[in-house]
Write a protein that binds this ligand. Structure first.
Ligand code: GRF
Length: 230
């Protein structure tokens, strides 16, 4: 059992803008999130998220291309990223806008060697709308509700136990860009809140073996973020 007075060590994997990473940094800096961001890994050298991390004095590791400018294969990326995580020894691995599908090599490797749960932020109310382009698909189907989810990472894409969710009503004539903007704003609350729940030890025990089925049985999941947090 971790000491709740010790900050939760988190490592964040990113590929793009990193606005969700920024939300974590902001909450940490304003004192509402008791975490230490031990490092940020990107599979894209030009990810703006790296700039955000460096501005906050957070260690970064980029595994995009090798010394000959040859793109790393999926396997090479996963080996390098696992090695890096071993060095940082996070308590929790957070995929925040990490846009590369991870294979069982990485997911099982992290499970065995790190003993840290791995969570992913997904822009839909899972189990609905797994995969990409969720906002457009939601509108096309005439849904009246949308939102975002944080789930445990399992070997099946976007299919691990859903831990937390936040939702919004779709009213009037929303276009996909506006819906994405609203869902993104919701993500910026949901992800820090979920990490806060981890830091508070609320998921401990239930998912210490990182077993999605066990988690869903022990906890009345998903937990829903209604309104504001902090
Ligand atoms: C988010 O919408 C997240 O749900 C999806 O990728 C986006 C990343 O945004 N997986 P950002 O890089 O955190 O700004």
């Amino acid at each position: 059992m971790r000491n709740p007075k010790t900050p939760l060590k988190i490592a964040v994997l990113v590929s793009g803008s990193g606005s969700n990473l920024q939300a974590l940094i902001d909450k940490k800096q304003d004192g509402s999130l008791p975490v230490e961001i031990v490092g940020v890994i990107s599979n894209k050298a030009d990810a703006y998220a790296l700039h955000r991390a460096q501005s906050a004095n957070i260690a970064t590791a980029v595994f995009d291309k090798d010394a000959d400018q040859k793109k790393y294969t999926r396997r090479q990326f996963e080996e390098l990223a696992l090695d890096q995580l071993q060095k940082w020894q996070p308590d929790l691995v957070v995929l925040a806008g990490f846009m590369r599908v991870l294979t069982p090599f990485f997911i099982d490797g992290a499970k065995q060697n790190l003993k840290a749960p791995m969570i992913n932020l997904h822009p839909s109310l899972l189990p609905h709308y797994k995969g990409l382009d969720t906002h457009r698909r939601v509108l096309r189907s005439g849904e009246k509700k949308h939102g975002c989810s944080v789930h445990l990472v399992s070997c099946e894409l976007d299919a691990g136990a859903v831990l937390t969710q936040a939702s919004l009503e779709i009213e009037g004539d929303l276009d996909p860009v506006e819906l994405q903007r609203r869902a993104h704003a919701l993500e910026h609350k949901l992800l820090p809140w979920t990490v806060f729940l981890f830091a508070s030890g609320l998921f401990e025990g239930a998912i210490e073996d990182i077993n999605a089925t066990a988690a869903a049985r022990v906890l009345p999941l998903p937990w829903r973020l209604e309104g504001q947090w902090q």
